[in-house]
Design a protein around this ligand. Structure first.
Ligand code: PEP
Ligand code: MG
Length: 553
C-alpha cells in the first residue's frame, strides 16, 4: 500500500492541472528478438511493404492532425514520411538484413536505436536531441506494422481504460504520433520519465492544452503507480500520487481558475494586438534556434523580434560556415512566411563564449570585446554572417539588428560593411531582398543618450532592457545577489527608454523592446504608455500579453 500523497517533481512541459488515474502505455514488444533468416530477400520485401504502409499511414495522420492541431504541428508527420525515405536510415536497415541475414524487426529496432543515440548525443543541440523521439517513433511504427502483418499483434499502443475516470498516460517518452492519437475526452494529462522540452510531443501537448510533466526519471515514475489516482500540475512540475483531501481541494480550485483563464486567452488567438483605444502594438517573439520556430508559431506570435544568432555559434564546434548559417536563416524565414524575422548579428562575448573564438580573458567581459565590437574587429567573421543573412533574405521578411551599439561610428562602419557585402553578392550574381530593415539594439546608456543621432541612420530601434538596466544601474545581470537592487522601473532606465522612443518617433522609425521586461505583464503597461511600437517576448506569454494590452487605455 502506498502512503497518501506521494509527491514527485519533474520538468513542467505543458501548463494546466489534470486529475486522473495513472495508466502506463502498453506497447507492442519494443525489443524484437534477433532471428537469423534463410531468405534475406523475403525479409527485405517485408520491410519494404511495411515502410510503404507506414508512409501511407502517416499521410492519414497528417490529414487528421491538420484539423486537430493546424499545419505547423501536422507537418511533423510529413517530416516522418521524409525520414522514412532517408537513404541513410533506410539503407542501414537494408544493409543489416542483407549482410547479417536477420529479421526485419530486429534490423529496424537496431538501426532506430543507433540513430536515436546519435541524436541524443548531440549535447547542446536541442533541435537534434528533440529528433531522437521522431526516429524512435518511425521505427516503432514500421515494427508494429511488421508484427500486425504477420499476426503477432492486433493494435498499436494502448492505455488502460478506467471506466468513467479520466486517465493520465504515463510512459518513458511519448511519440508524436501517440500524442495526437490520445483522446482528449479520455486522457487528461501526460507523465513521462524521459523526454525533451523541445520535442514535438511537448508542442502537441501544449497545442491540445493537455497538462504534461516530463523527465520524472525512471526511478521515480514507477509501474506500481498503475491505476493510482493522481493530480499533476503542468506549470510547476509537481505530481501528487494518492493525494490527500486537502491537496485535491486546493488543486480543484486552482484548476477552475486556470481553465477559465486559459479559455479567455484562447479568444485572442489569431488576432492582431491593440490597446483598448485601438492603438496597434506588434507582438513578436524571441527565439534562439530553428527548433524554437514551432513554439513561436504555436504561440501565435506575429513575428520574431529577436533571433539570437549567437546560439548557432554556441552550438557549433567551430565557426559556422556561410552555408550552414544560410541553411538555418532560410529555414527560419521560410517557416515564418510573410511575418517579420529580425535576426540579431553575432552577440558573442561576456557570458556567451565558445572556445574556438579564443577570446582573451578580460576583467570585465560584459563591457569587453563582444558583440558588434568583435565583429568590427573581425570583418571576415562579420561578412560571413552578413552574406548568409543577405542570401537568405529572399526567402522571407528579414530585418537585421546590430547588438551593443554605443556610437554613430559603429553604425556607419557596420552599414559600410553591409553595403560591401551587397556589392560582392551582386558582382557574384547572387540575389538578396531589397527590402531588409536594418536596426540596432539600444542596450547601452550611450545609445539611448545619442538616440537622436542614431535614429536617422537606421530603420528601427529595439531596446534591450536586460543590458540597458545592467549598465545604467551598474548591476551585473549575472549576479543573483544583486536582484534586490535591480529595478527595471528605476527612473533612470525609464527616462532612457522614454528618450529613445521620442527620438525614434521624431526620426520616423519604429521602436520595440526585446529584453525580458517586455514579457512581464506588470511592466507592459508602462512600456505601452511610453509609446513603444513593438514588444518581443518569450513565446509562452504572447496570448497573455495580447489580452493584457487589450485592457490598456
Ligand atoms: C538585452 O540585453 O535586453 C537583450 C535582449 O539581449 P541579451 O539578453 O541577449 O543580451
Ligand atoms: Mg543584450
Amino acid at each position: 500500500m502506498l502512503k497518501e500523497n506521494t509527491v514527485l517533481r519533474g520538468t513542467p512541459a505543458s501548463q494546466g492541472i489534470a486529475f486522473g488515474r495513472i495508466s502506463f502505455l502498453k506497447r507492442a514488444p519494443s525489443c524484437p528478438v534477433k532471428k537469423l533468416v534463410d531468405n534475406p530477400e523475403a525479409e527485405l520485401e517485408r520491410f519494404e511493404k511495411a515502410r510503404i504502409h507506414a508512409i501511407s499511414q502517416l499521410g492519414t495522420l497528417y490529414e487528421v492532425s491538420l484539423e486537430k492541431l493546424g499545419e505547423q504541428n501536422a507537418v511533423v508527420f510529413q517530416i516522418h514520411q521524409m525520414m522514412l525515405e532517408d537513404p541513410d536510415y533506410v539503407n542501414s536497415i537494408r544493409k543489416l538484413i542483407k549482410e547479417e541475414k536477420v529479421n526485419a524487426e530486429y534490423a529496424v529496432d537496431t538501426v532506430g536505436h543507433r540513430f536515436e543515440q546519435q541524436f541524443k548525443s548531440m549535447v547542446g543541440n536541442d533541435y537534434m536531441q528533440g529528433r531522437a523521439a521522431d526516429v524512435v517513433d518511425i521505427s516503432r511504427r514500421i515494427n508494429e506494422i511488421l508484427m500486425m502483418h504477420s499476426g503477432q499483434i492486433k493494435h498499436r499502443t494502448i492505455a488502460l481504460d478506467y471506466g468513467d475516470d479520466p486517465v493520465i498516460v504515463a510512459t518513458d517518452d511519448l511519440a508524436p504520433s501517440e500524442t495526437v492519437q490520445l483522446d482528449p475526452h479520455k486522457v487528461s494529462g501526460i507523465l513521462t520519465s524521459g523526454g525533451s522540452n523541445r520535442s514535438h510531443t511537448v508542442i502537441f501537448a501544449r497545442t491540445l492544452a493537455m497538462p504534461a510533466v516530463i523527465c520524472l526519471g525512471e526511478d521515480k515514475l514507477l509501474k506500481k503507480y498503475e491505476g493510482h489516482y493522481a493530480v499533476i500540475d503542468g506549470r510547476t512540475g509537481f505530481v501528487f500520487i494518492d493525494p490527500d483531501q486537502a491537496t485535491v481541494h486546493e488543486y480543484s480550485e486552482r484548476k477552475h481558475t486556470d481553465d477559465a483563464q486559459r479559455a479567455h486567452l484562447e479568444l485572442f488567438r489569431g488576432k492582431h494586438t491593440f490597446t483598448r483605444g485601438g492603438h496597434p502594438i506588434k507582438l513578436y517573439a524571441n527565439a534562439g534556434s530553428l527548433a524554437d520556430i514551432e513554439l513561436v508559431k504555436a504561440a501565435d506570435s506575429e513575428g520574431i523580434g529577436l533571433f539570437r544568432s549567437e546560439y548557432i555559434y554556441l552550438q557549433s564546434q567551430d565557426f559556422p560556415t556561410e552555408e550552414e548559417q544560410y541553411d538555418i536563416y532560410s529555414k527560419v524565414l521560410k517557416e515564418m512566411g510573410e511575418r517579420k524575422v529580425i535576426i540579431r548579428t553575432l552577440d558573442i562575448g561576456a557570458d556567451k563564449t565558445a572556445d574556438y573564438f579564443m577570446l582573451k580573458p578580460e576583467n570585465n567581459p560584459a563591457m569587453g570585446m563582444r558583440a558588434i565590437r568583435l565583429c568590427l574587429n573581425n570583418p571576415k567573421l562579420f561578412k560571413t554572417q552578413l552574406r548568409a543573412l543577405l542570401r537568405a533574405s529572399v526567402h522571407g521578411n528579414l530585418g537585421i539588428m546590430l547588438p551593443m551599439i554605443s556610437s554613430v561610428d559603429e553604425v556607419k562602419k557596420s552599414r559600410a560593411i553591409l553595403d560591401e557585402v551587397k556589392q560582392e553578392l551582386t558582382a557574384g550574381g547572387q540575389s538578396y531582398s531589397d527590402n531588409i530593415e536594418l536596426g540596432i539594439m539600444v542596450e547601452t546608456p550611450a545609445a539611448a543618450l545619442i538616440s537622436d543621432e542614431l535614429a536617422p541612420l537606421v530603420d528601427f530601434f529595439s531596446i534591450g532592457t536586460n543590458d540597458l538596466t545592467q549598465f545604467t544601474l551598474a548591476c551585473d545581470r549575472q549576479n543573483a545577489d544583486l536582484n534586490p537592487f535591480v529595478n527595471p522601473l528605476h527612473h533612470a532606465v525609464l527616462r532612457l527608454i522614454e528618450m529613445t522612443v521620442k527620438n525614434a518617433h521624431a526620426a520616423g522609425i519604429w521602436v520595440g523592446v526585446c529584453g525580458e521586461m517586455a514579457s512581464e505583464e506588470h511592466f507592459v503597461a508602462k512600456l505601452v504608455q511610453l509609446g513603444v511600437d513593438e514588444l518581443s517576448v518569450v513565446p509562452s506569454s504572447i496570448l497573455r500579453l495580447r489580452a493584457k494590452i487589450s485592457t490598456l487605455g
